[in-house]
Design a protein around this ligand. Structure first.
Ligand SMILES: Nc1ncnc2c1ncn2[C@@H]1O[C@H](COP(=O)(O)OP(=O)(O)O)[C@@H](O)[C@H]1O
Ligand SMILES: [Mg+2]
Length: 245
């Protein structure tokens, strides 16, 4: 069967083969396989199904039909409040599936660790695009609920200098925390800053070490962009924190 490269990945060479997706196996492949099998066993529909390893050693996953929001310009539905609420509820659902399992180990849940519109499949629901699944689980690991929620806030609200209305972003932050049912409100802004700082350092260090994907990201302006986003959240942290109380 023919292979079609899938657009939108920055890191992996991902191809579609019929109704399946193939991606290079990574250090996390065994864990991700177990996680996706857990979702299937529990009937959670928000992730691809794990189909094993193909003859070239690649992970095989089900291809999920829909719109993956990896391009910079997106239809407004991708950022709508209703969409944000649905994202938060989807995250809550898979966190709850993993809580207390061996995969979460001593941690609260299994975190996806890269939740963003570019890793989300949207489908029309009543004529409007809404999030239905997350892809790109290879960074998944045991962690704290607030970590994924913080990543969601950064990436889906787009917290950074491109925000035109800080009060609106603060309301959206509240919306995500409420829709998720987040208990750790005080941890949210520190976790957003932690992600931004870690992301910038990670890209910088890996690019310096010559990792071609990270060199591409850095040269495309990602380091500067993430540093500016970190500074923006720091500058507005009081307004953002107030909205959460
Ligand atoms: N299971 C899937 N169903 C549909 N499309 C997928 C699936 N997995 C990946 N893709 C497509 O391939 C692209 C890259 O895959 P992704 O897993 O996000 O890789 P990367 O780690 O490079 O970001 C995505 O932007 C999406 O368009
Ligand atoms: Mg991706």
């Amino acid at each position: 069967m023919s292979e079609a490269p899938l657009p939108g990945g920055f890191v992996q060479h991902v191809v579609r083969v019929g109704a399946t997706v193939r991606r290079p196996a990574s250090a996390g492949t065994a864990f991700v396989g177990e996680l996706l099998k857990l979702f299937e066993a529990r009937g959670w529909p928000g992730a691809p199904r794990y189909l094993g390893i193909d003859e070239y050693g690649r992970e095989m996953l089900t291809y999920l039909d829909g719109h993956v929001a990896w391009e910079r310009e997106q239809p407004p539905a991708v950022y709508a409040a209703e969409t944000l609420e649905r994202v938060a509820r989807l995250v809550r659902a898979f966190h709850d599936v993993t809580a207390g399992t061996g995969l979460a180990g001593a941690h609260e849940v299994v975190c996806h660790n890269d939740l963003a519109p570019r890793n989300t499949v949207y489908r029309p629901v009543g004529g409007t695009l809404r999030p239905v699944a997350f892809i790109d689980w290879d960074l998944a690991a045991p962690g704290a609920r607030v970590h994924d929620v913080a990543h969601v806030c950064w990436q889906y609200i787009g917290l950074g200098p491109r925000v035109e209305d800080v009060a609106d972003s603060a309301r959206r932050l509240r919306l995500v925390a409420d829709a998720y049912g987040l208990a750790d409100r005080d941890g949210l802004i520190p976790a957003i800053l932690w992600w931004q700082d870690r992301c910038r350092r990670g890209i910088e260090a890996a690019a310096r070490a010559g990792d071609p994907a990270m060199v591409r990201l850095r040269d495309a302006g990602a380091v500067t962009e993430v540093r500016d986003a970190f500074a923006w959240v720091g500058a507005h942290r009081d307004v953002l924190a107030r909205a959460l109380r």
